[in-house]
Design a protein around this ligand. Structure first.
Ligand code: NAD
Ligand code: LMR
Length: 332
């Protein structure tokens, strides 16, 4: 749409609106990108929302911009507009990249998505090096190390500001545990640590809040369902992609937590895959406390039972290989 002088407030935040943050969604016309952009447009902490994709951006932008919520929406199409999309952003969310089809692992997405994440992170390093970055593109276990290496090369790396989004694992775990225990899933909190693929997804069922106990049959069912939640959706969609709606919900929840941290709210704790010293691995998902600088504290894993300790050892082996693969992709 052309800017017309009759629109006194066009492209302006409404008078009286609370000051907010500038957020970019990269991959905004995709299966996750569209509902995620809609949810970010509804977030009162967002004042400016930049939507970037290599296809279909004008339509999605026009559509979302008609919502009568506070954020001003602008669309950016294709590589030549990437820098404008990123300049000045406080938070960049990356759901760009191809999704799985039945029979694929997340690692099968590496060849295409690694290059996409690299290009987008090069743009971030140049245009908004202080932004908090939320990486959704799979395989997260490798794409977060890729982003870190790009930022290191550019001299902008701050591990506190780079976060892999594993919230969907927690969302699923809360839902499935709620079903088993007969509880409202909103009242359940399951820490899920490790990474975001198969056996690297480690639900700590011994640390569920509210405190509860499970039979060994329940532990086996829940662990398998949480670790395979993504595959359950991929198979149900039968070739039409992977989780998009639950993922948009999870990503919007995580982005909101990051924004509340930036805003200075206290006591914000979420699980995320970050640079970490919780184990000997350079990256690991665990509970982190979010604040004005991003990750302000990485919380310890807490006591694990024997089943969880065994799961941790298996997860670490696979995670280590995925991290190395990401690092080598940039440094080869
Ligand atoms: P999709 O194919 O529906 O959408 C991806 C979008 O990315 C498309 O609109 C595409 O045009 C865009 N894109 C491709 N290359 C781009 C580039 N260079 N710059 C900007 N945009 C680009 O896929 P989807 O279902 O939205 O999934 C996206 C990614 O998220 C996949 O890799 C998927 O595996 C991953 N995912 C992660 C989680 C998680 O928990 N972290 C959950 C679900 C999906
Ligand atoms: C998920 O957990 O749903 C995502 O990682 C997408 C996938 O490929 O499973």
């Amino acid at each position: 749409m052309e800017e017309v002088s009759i629109l006194r407030g066009y492209n302006c935040r409404a008078k009286g609106a609370a000051p907010g943050f500038k957020v970019a969604v990269l991959g905004a016309s995709g299966g996750i990108g569209q509902p995620l952009s809609l949810l970010m447009k509804m977030n009162p902490l967002v004042s400016v929302l930049h939507l970037y994709d290599v296809v279909n951006m004008p339509g999605v932008t026009a559509d979302i911009s008609h919502m009568n919520t506070g954020a001003v929406v602008r669309g950016f199409l294709g590589q030549p507009q990437l820098e404008n999309a990123l300049t000045g952003m406080d938070l960049v969310i990356i759901p760009a990249g191809i999704p799985r089809k039945p029979g694929m692992t997340r690692d099968d997405l590496f060849n295409i998505n690694a290059g996409i994440v690299r290009t987008l992170c090069e743009g971030i390093a140049k245009c908004c090096p202080n932004a908090i970055v939320n990486v959704i593109s799979n395989p997260v276990n490798s794409t977060v190390p890729i982003a870190a290496e790009v930022f290191k090369k550019a001299g902008t790396y701050d591990p506190k500001r780079l976060l892999g989004v594993t919230t969907l694992d927690v969302v699923r775990a809360n839902t499935f545990v709620g079903e088993v225990l007969g509880l409202d899933p909103r009242d359940v909190n399951v820490p899920v640590v490790g990474g975001h693929a198969g056996i690297t997804i480690l639900p700590l069922l011994s640390q569920v809040n509210p405190s509860c106990s499970f039979t060994s049959e329940e532990i086996s069912y829940l662990t398998s369902r949480i670790q395979n939640g993504g595959t359950e959706v991929v198979e149900a969609k039968a070739g039409a992609g992977s989780a998009t709606l639950s993922m948009a919900y999870a990503a919007a929840k995580f982005a909101d937590a990051c924004l509340r941290g930036l805003h200075g709210d206290a006591g914000i704790v979420e699980c995320s895959y970050v640079a970490s010293q919780v184990t000997e691995l350079p990256f690991f998902a665990s509970k982190v406390r979010l604040g004005r600088c991003g990750v302000e504290e990485i919380l310890p894993l807490g006591p694990l039972n024997e089943f969880e300790r065994a799961g941790l050892e298996k997860a670490k082996k696979e995670l280590s290989e995925s991290i190395q693969k990401g690092v080598s992709f940039i440094n080869k």
